[in-house]
Write a protein that binds this ligand. Structure first.
Ligand SMILES: [Zn+2]
Ligand SMILES: [Zn+2]
Length: 299
């Protein structure tokens, strides 16, 4: 087992191979078993969503080439980090590292919703008008860079092993594709999965236009943190088929263009009154402020 996690070669091959397999598999599955009828199709959304992946990858390679696995290797080589101070059995070490990293990502996600300037970056992920496999890859390059910096810090502070970090990143990527998919899982399978893993029905609630729902279900991998910290929501108020996805503003097709998406964090805090892309929604300023502030102002 340890040898598997210590494999030095073909890290990129492993990442790209599993990514391609998951993306293709779930993209085909959501075509065959769609959960919701989509009003804005793949042709309108995928070029920008996939373009963001390319841009983010280039930014990471140029600006943070070490990456989280490199940071973990540095920590291991120099005996830095909490876990490197103890000689725990490998499986215990791996499990603690994996769970701690998932918890750190949960709190990072909550911070991106709470802190106004972080929300400006993260709202681009929420502005997608539909959810499917491509939405799981749709993050602003600045959010990707910040997330990587944070993850590298956590990895070094805790001394998580490089193989565990690699496994975590590959799984996080695969699960992000899975839990953003427009995929209809049988209710029983969904319920069983949710005991541990975030399912598409669970994460979709996080993409609701209703601020209370946007501020729920922050987990990406494990569902435990949302249950433990009381941010778990089982169902959306309007139901899975009736709920509206996205933000109440940024509903015009112009916000689907890649250049607009990159500029979205820097748009002024003023109302946008463009005509909606599909269904009509209330015209408010959601998306310009963190959802908590939306609620406070609504009271
Ligand atoms: Zn979010
Ligand atoms: Zn999401």
């Amino acid at each position: 087992m340890q040898a598997l996690f210590a494999l030095p070669l073909s890290e990129s091959f492993l990442r790209v191979g599993i990514f391609a397999l998951c993306f293709t598999g779930f993209a085909l599955a959501e075509l065959r078993w769609p959960r919701r009828r989509q009003h804005v199709g793949r042709w309108q959304r995928w070029p920008s969503n996939l373009g963001l992946v390319v841009l983010s990858t280039v930014c990471l390679r140029v600006l943070l080439p070490l990456g989280a696995v490199g940071a973990a290797a540095f920590a291991a080589a120099n005996g830095v980090g909490l876990l490197n101070r103890f000689s725990l059995p490998f499986l215990a070490d791996a499990l603690i590292g994996f769970i701690a990293l998932d918890l750190a990502i949960y709190f990072q996600h909550r911070a991106f919703h709470r802190v106004p300037w972080l929300w400006r970056l993260h709202r681009m992920h929420h502005a997608d008008l539909e959810l499917d496999v491509s939405s799981g890859l749709r993050f602003h390059p600045l959010e990707i860079l910040l997330s990587m910096g944070y993850k590298m810090g956590v990895v070094v502070a805790l001394g998580i092993a490089p193989g565990v970090v690699l496994a975590f990143e590959v799984l996080l990527n695969a699960l992000a594709i899975f839990n953003h998919a427009n995929l209809a899982l049988p209710a029983r399978v969904d319920a069983r999965c949710r005991a541990v893993l975030v399912t598409p029905d669970m994460h979709r609630i996080h993409h609701s236009t209703v601020p209370d729902e946007t501020d729920s279900n922050f987990g990406f991998n494990l569902t435990w943190w949302d249950r433990l910290f009381r941010t778990y929501r089982e169902k959306p108020i309007a139901g899975q088929l009736g709920m509206t996805i996205g933000l109440q503003t940024f509903r015009s097709p112009r916000w689907l263009r890649l250049d607009r998406l990159l500029l979205l964090p820097f748009v002024d805090d003023r109302p946008h009154t463009e005509s909606p892309a599909h269904e009509a929604t209330e015209s408010t300023e959601q998306g310009l402020q963190p959802p908590q502030q939306e609620r406070r102002q609504a009271r």
